[in-house]
Design a protein around this ligand. Sequence first.
Ligand code: RIB
Length: 303
Amino acid sequence: MVISLGSINMDLVVRCERMPAQGETITSNGWFSNPGGKGANQAVQAARMGSRSMLVGRIGSDAFGREVMSSLSASGVDISGVVADPALPTGIACVLVEHSGENRIIVAPGANGAVGATELRILRNVLQPGAVLLLQCEIPFGVVLEAARMGHVAGATVILDPSPWESVTIGPGVFADVDYLVPNESEARALSGTDDMREAAAVLLGLGARTIIVKMGGKGAFAVGVFGIGEVPAFSVVPVDTTAAGDAFQGAFASSLERGVSPDNALNIAMAAGALTVTRPGAQQSMPDGAEVAAFIEARKRF
Ligand code: RIB
């Protein structure tokens, strides 16, 4: 089983030709809303890859909460671990996507900020040896660390996406319960204090994580740990919207590990899922299923 403990958002997406400058008003090309949140997105991708996927988190008792729950359920995610907060609203994310497909996101946590003891109790009851636990940093960081510890004690594989990086409190051994730390380039830079990805990975390994995978978008990935040291080339695609590409990567990677795929193949599958997600707008609505990922990898072998 793949378990994701993390954020659940409604994404409010505005498309624009370019990002506005400070103090500037520009007109968008259109907008839409769709279910998002790193925790929820990763759970959806794991479910689409064929894993039993459970989400633990918190929504508000409101219309956005009801909408995201029914969408998660339709995607095959077990939502029995999602709590409805009586007072706080469902989290939202304001997502600006420019012509190039690059985005900027501001998250208003709402109920995600109240994830705590209740959710950890739910998690403790479902963790089991062989499970893969997905964590991100849009819920309180102390809860993330405790969940990682519980995951390790239970014999699960722990994958941490340190995003948003500002939520991470760096200290000696902070990633000691993390099997795979999966930052993107800017997060690796911010957390390590260096621009050189090899040095950054070494710094992050020194904080306790057993394997580091730095996601570098169109440049591929750089991995250090169970893979040895290596650069993995990207699948080349025309980007439409990069939102949730990292979540697709983590969800597909977790699902692959949980189904017994080797870490090297899991990395390739994760890169393909991320690449496909970039070719479509939105978060959960843009994520591929296992058959599409397999066909994409097969097709790319021929050319
Ligand atoms: O990683 C993409 C996600 O980040 C979006 O869906 C948004 O909700 C924010 O959590």
